[in-house]
Design a protein around this ligand. Structure first.
Ligand SMILES: NC(=O)c1ccc[n+]([C@@H]2O[C@H](COP(=O)([O-])OP(=O)(O)OC[C@H]3O[C@@H](n4cnc5c(N)ncnc54)[C@H](OP(=O)(O)O)[C@@H]3O)[C@@H](O)[C@H]2O)c1
Length: 430
C-alpha cells in the first residue's frame, strides 16, 4: 500500500462533520479502493469545543483555516466552510498556490471563481474537485465529465434545489399555500431563516452554471444564468398544472440552441409522465442528453450531511488513487467562450393565468393581445361563472418567442378587466 494521503478539513458543520464520520466509518473500505489510507491530519472551524461526532484527539486544530491550507504536511485541503469570498476563497487559493489538491462543496465559490481556480489548479498540477457542489450526493459532475466523455451534450437540466422541490411538492400534495409551506420548511430545517438564496433560484443558478461548464466545456458564467424563483407559484397554478397534465418544478436548464447556450432557472411545467416530474420532496434529479448515449437520468439526495459527504469522499478517493482530470473536463485554456443565448429569444410554450372580471368581451380582448404579437393559443380553461366578479382564465400557447410573449402579457396587464398581474410559467417539452 502507498503512504497515507494526509488531508486537512476546513469547516466542520453539516458537511464537514458528515465527512469526518464517513471517513472514520469507511476507513478500511476506502483504503482498499484507493490503495492507501486517507488520514485526517488537521481541521479548522470556529468553535473548538463543539462535538463533531468523530474522534479528533490525534488531529491538529487550526484557529486559522488559511494557515492550515499552507501546512507543508498536508496533501489535500477540503474546503467545507462556504461562501464565494472571504475565508473559503482564501483557503482554496492558498492551498492551490502551495500545490495542494483541493476538494470543495462550495457552489457559490465555484460559480463565481471556478474558471480562475481551475486555471490555477492546472498551472500548479493539482486537482480541484467539486462533486459535492452540485446536487449533493448525485455524482453528476463525474457522470458528465467522465462517464459521458464520448458524447456531445445537447441539454442538461434538473431539480437542483431540494428546498424548492420540497415546497412545491408539499403545496401540491396538501393543497397548501406557498407562505404556509415555507414557514413549515423553516421549522423542519429544510429552509434557512433567510430563504431567499433557495427560493429565489440563486442556489440553483450557481449549480446550473457549474453544470453547464462541465457539460459544454465553457468558462463558468454565473452572471449569464437567467434566474426566477418560486415565490409567485400559487396553489391555483399547481391545481391547473395537474389538470393540464403537468407538474410545476423549479428547474435549471442549460441547452444549446441556434442562438447560443441557454442557461436558465425558473419554475417550469413539465409533463407528468416524465422522469423529472416524479422527483419529489427534498430529492434532486438531473437529466443529461448526449448524442451517442441518449438520455441519462440521475436522482438522489441533493443535500444533507451524509449524501454530501459521500460526494466529498468520492473526490478524495480519486485523488488518493491518483485519478486526476481537468476540473471542467478539458484544459482550462480550451474552455470555449460559447455565446450565451438571450432570454428574449427563448422559444417555448407558455402557461398564462389571468384573474379577470367575468363580463362579455374579456376573452376576445385577451385573444386580440395575443394575436397582435403572433402568439398562437393552444388551449383555454375558464372555471365557473360569476358575472361581474373575478374569475381565473388559463391559457396555454403553442411554441412562441419569449419577447413576443412578454409584449402580449404587458398589453394584457393593461386591460381594465384584468384584475391582477398575469402569471406566466414556461412549459418544457421533454
Ligand atoms: N449542507 C448541505 O447539505 C450542503 C450540500 C451541498 C453543498 N454544501 C456546501 O458545503 C459547504 C458547507 O456547508 P454546511 O451546510 O456544512 O455549512 P455549516 O453547517 O454552516 O458549516 C460551516 C462550517 O464552517 C466553519 N467556519 C465558519 N467560519 C470559519 C472560519 N473563519 N474558519 C474556519 N471554519 C469556519 C463553521 O465552524 P463552527 O462549526 O465552529 O461554527 C462550520 O463548522 C457550503 O459551501 C455549502 O454550500 C452544503
Amino acid at each position: 500500500m502507498k503512504p497515507p494521503l494526509k488531508i486537512a478539513v476546513a469547516g466542520l458543520g453539516t458537511v464537514g462533520a458528515g465527512t469526518l464520520q464517513l471517513l472514520e466509518r469507511q476507513a478500511d473500505r476506502l483504503a482498499l479502493r484507493a490503495d492507501r489510507r486517507i488520514v485526517v491530519t488537521a481541521v479548522s472551524a470556529r468553535d473548538r469545543r463543539r462535538d463533531r461526532g468523530a474522534d479528533l484527539s490525534a488531529v491538529r486544530w487550526y484557529e486559522d483555516a488559511a494557515a492550515m491550507a499552507a501546512d507543508p504536511e498536508i496533501d489535500v485541503v477540503v474546503e467545507l466552510i462556504g461562501g464565494a469570498e472571504g475565508i473559503a476563497r482564501q483557503v482554496v487559493e492558498t492551498a492551490l498556490a502551495q500545490k495542494k489538491n483541493v476538494v470543495t462543496a462550495n457552489k457559490a465559490l465555484m460559480a463565481e471563481h471556478g474558471t480562475a481556480l481551475a486555471v490555477e489548479a492546472e498551472a500548479q498540477g493539482v486537482a480541484l474537485a467539486f462533486e459535492a457542489a452540485v446536487a449533493g450526493g448525485i455524482p453528476i459532475i463525474k457522470t458528465l465529465r467522465e462517464g459521458l466523455a464520448g458524447n456531445r451534450v445537447s441539454r442538461v437540466y434538473g431539480i437542483l434545489n431540494g428546498t424548492c422541490n420540497y415546497i412545491l411538492t408539499t403545496m401540491r400534495e396538501g393543497g397548501r399555500d406557498f407562505a404556509e409551506v415555507l414557514a413549515e420548511a423553516q421549522k423542519l430545517g429544510y429552509a434557512e431563516a433567510d430563504p431567499s438564496f433557495d427560493i429565489d433560484g440563486i442556489d440553483a443558478a450557481h449549480k446550473l452554471a457549474i453544470l453547464a461548464s462541465v457539460a459544454f466545456g465553457r468558462p463558468v458564467d454565473h452572471a449569464g444564468v437567467y434566474t426566477e424563483g418560486i415565490r409567485h407559484v400559487s396553489r391555483l397554478d399547481i391545481d391547473f398544472a395537474e389538470e393540464l397534465g403537468y407538474r410545476i418544478k423549479l428547474l435549471g436548464i442549460a441547452r444549446l440552441t441556434e442562438n447560443g447556450l441557454e442557461q436558465r432557472v425558473h419554475p417550469c411545467m413539465v409533463p407528468r409522465a416524465t422522469p423529472i416530474a416524479a422527483v419529489e420532496g427534498v430529492f434532486n434529479g438531473v437529466v443529461a442528453e448526449g448524442d451517442f448515449v441518449g438520455r441519462v437520468v440521475l436522482e438522489g439526495r441533493g443535500a444533507g450531511a451524509f449524501p454530501t459527504a459521500s460526494a466529498v469522499v468520492a473526490d478524495l478517493v480519486d485523488i488518493a488513487a491518483g485519478r486526476h482530470v481537468a476540473p471542467f473536463g478539458v484544459p482550462a485554456a480550451a474552455l470555449e467562450n460559447l455565446p450565451g443565448a438571450p432570454m428574449e429569444r427563448h422559444q417555448g410554450a407558455y402557461y398564462i393565468r389571468l384573474m379577470v372580471l367575468d363580463q362579455p368581451g374579456v376573452i376576445a380582448d385577451v385573444a386580440a393581445a395575443l394575436r397582435d404579437q403572433s402568439v398562437s393559443m393552444e388551449s383555454m380553461i375558464q372555471r365557473g361563472r360569476a358575472p361581474g366578479e373575478a374569475v381565473p382564465i388559463v391559457l396555454t400557447t403553442h411554441v412562441t418567442v419569449e419577447a413576443a410573449m412578454q409584449r402580449a402579457l404587458a398589453a394584457i396587464a393593461k386591460q381594465a378587466t384584468v384584475l391582477e398581474p398575469p402569471r406566466m410559467i414556461r412549459i418544457e417539452d421533454f
